[in-house]
Each structure stands twice: as C-alpha cells, then as structure tokens.
Design a protein around this ligand. Structure first.
Ligand SMILES: C[S@@+](CC[C@H](N)C(=O)[O-])C[C@H]1O[C@@H](n2cnc3c(N)ncnc32)[C@H](O)[C@@H]1O
Ligand SMILES: [Zn+2]
Length: 278
C-alpha cells in the first residue's frame, strides 16, 4: 500500500453511501466497502472525481491562476500559511485544503506536512494540482473534485483544514476536523491589490469585511500580513487581473488603462484566521 492509499483508506468516505473506501490492487480505482461496492476511477493525471455537484472554476481561470502563481509572487503567503499551521499541528499532520484550486498552496503544504488532501469543485483545478504534485514527486497528496459544503471525508479525521481564498463552510470543516484540530481561513485584506485598483479606477475603496467567517467557534489567532509586489510582463499582469473579482466588473475603458502598463507595483494584504475545534 502506498502513502497515498493509506491516506485514502483512513480519511475518504464513499460520496454515495458514506462507507469507507480502499484503493484497488492495481492502484487505478477506489472502491467503497458498502454493499453496492461503488467504484471511482483515478484519472490519468492522478485525481479522482468524487463530486456530485457543480463545476467550479473554468479551465481558463485555472490556467490564468497557474500562470500567475508559478511566478511565486505569492510565495510569502504560502510561507506564512505553513508557518502558522506549524504552530498548531505536528509535521506529520494530515491537512485538508478546501477549495484548493490548482494546488499552489496545497503542494507547498505537502512539502511541509505528513499528508495533504485537496478538494475543489473544478476538475481543471484538481487535475492541474495532481499533475504538479506528480512533477514535484509529492507522493503524500490526494486530489479530488468535491464541494467544500459536502466533503467525501470521514468525521473527525483530519488535523487541520485550510481554506484559502475560497468559500468557507464552517459546519462541514468542523465535522471533518478531529477534536483539537485547527481551521485556518485565509482571505484578502482591506488593502489587497490596492495598486492594481489605483491603475483601474479614479476612485478606490478598501475591501469590505468578509461575510462568511465562522461564527460558532472562538477565534484563536488573527494575523494581517502585507508586502509589496512588482509584477512584470503583460501576461502575468493579465493573469493576476483575471484572478480578481474586478475582472468581471470593470469597464473596457478602465481595462484599457491596465493594458497600457507592463510593470505593476501593488500591495498584497492577506488575513489569516485560526480556529480550534474543542
Ligand atoms: C479564488 S480560487 C482559490 C483557489 C486556491 N485556494 C488558491 O488560493 O489558489 C477559489 C476556488 O474555490 C473553488 N470553489 C468555489 N466554490 C466551491 C465549492 N462550493 N466547493 C469547492 N470548491 C469551490 C473554485 O473552483 C476555485 O478553484
Ligand atoms: Zn458506496
């Protein structure tokens, strides 16, 4: 049994009947232990499709994010997340990344912790994440499609849930966390990408407060971090822009202002919230 197969049999449950699962001897499929023996095949890229819902981000959105993140502009965010998680769980911990996208942060976590599971509604996201894990030789990863609101994961089975720039599903995260486990929610700060907004708009506003933060559990730690970033090249500036909500609500006239620059200096500000399940 490989490291990945062990993670699967300890943590994953059948999305149809909720029974435990195991990986077939040839490593190509996942079977449930229920009477119906539901079967799910791994894709050639190495992810599995356990979702029964929605579609998530498009191929274009995932590719744009991949292009930008591969420049490591957000490495300080990944490092701060790993540093924060390390304060609360041991290095052999099992981490679940809820809404993992193309796995940039997930694979960084896999370099630092025992095992990492990434779920996203987008099959393009988990496919890119699994390919990148394979390229990096990270055998302690498992990627599947899945909604953060209905994870195919057993109760109280993971040490830490990270939720990075993705929807927060408090009840579901509390269900899958073991007692004493931690939830780490990461989102944009008030001044996140202010330099980008300054290029686009005549008048800029700070970002408002996030509406979906957990309310039923006590906050253990809250950090606000920021750094200056310089993005060079039209492709990378465009890919960053397309990752933001402004991409969808900016007029062509304002988009033209961004098309005229090939270096963008901007502040990056992010918030980390840590909650412990008691
Ligand atoms: C802004 S992206 C962030 C991705 C990744 N965490 C990162 O920071 O690079 C948000 C992701 O959440 C996913 N998503 C949206 N709703 C979801 C849901 N209900 N369940 C799982 N993933 C979801 C999208 O497909 C997308 O990949
Ligand atoms: Zn089943």
């Amino acid at each position: 049994m490989t490291g990945r197969d062990e993670i699967i049999s300890k943590i994953i449950k059948c999305p149809v009947c909720s029974e435990g699962v195991y990986v077939s001897e040839d490593g190509k499929s996942l079977f449930c232990r229920g009477a119906r023996r539901h079967c799910f095949d791994f894709s050639a890229d190495g992810y599995i499709n356990l979702s029964r819902q929605g579609t998530g981000d498009s191929k274009e959105a995932i590719n744009a994010r991949r292009l930008f993140l591969s420049g490591d502009y957000y490495l300080p965010i990944a490092q701060k997340i790993c540093e924060t998680v390390k304060k609360y769980v041991p290095t052999d911990a099992t981490i679940l990344d809820a809404g993992c996208g193309e796995g940039y942060y997930t694979n960084k976590l896999a370099e630092n912790f025992g095992a990492v599971l990434g779920f996203d509604l987008s099959k393009f996201g988990v496919s890119a994440a699994a390919r990148s894990a394979k390229r990096q030789g990270l055998e302690n990863t498992f990627y599947s499609t899945g909604s953060v609101f209905e994870l195919p994961v057993r109760d109280s089975s993971v040490d830490c849930v990270v939720n990075i720039f993705a929807p927060c599903a408090e009840d579901e995260y509390m269900r899958v966390l073991r007692e004493g486990g931690v939830l780490v929610v990461v989102g944009a700060g008030k001044n996140h990408l202010m330099g980008l907004k300054t290029v686009l708009y005549d008048t800029t506003y700070e970002n408002g407060d996030r509406a979906d933060l957990p309310t039923k559990i006590a906050l253990t730690e809250h950090l606000t971090e920021s750094f200056e970033m310089e993005v060079c090249g039209r492709d990378r500036i465009d890919s960053l822009f397309s990752m933001t909500p402004y991409y969808w609500r900016t007029s062509e006239a304002d988009k033209d202002k961004l098309r005229k620059i090939d270096t963008l200096k901007t502040e990056v500000e992010f918030e980390i919230y840590v909650y412990r399940k008691v």
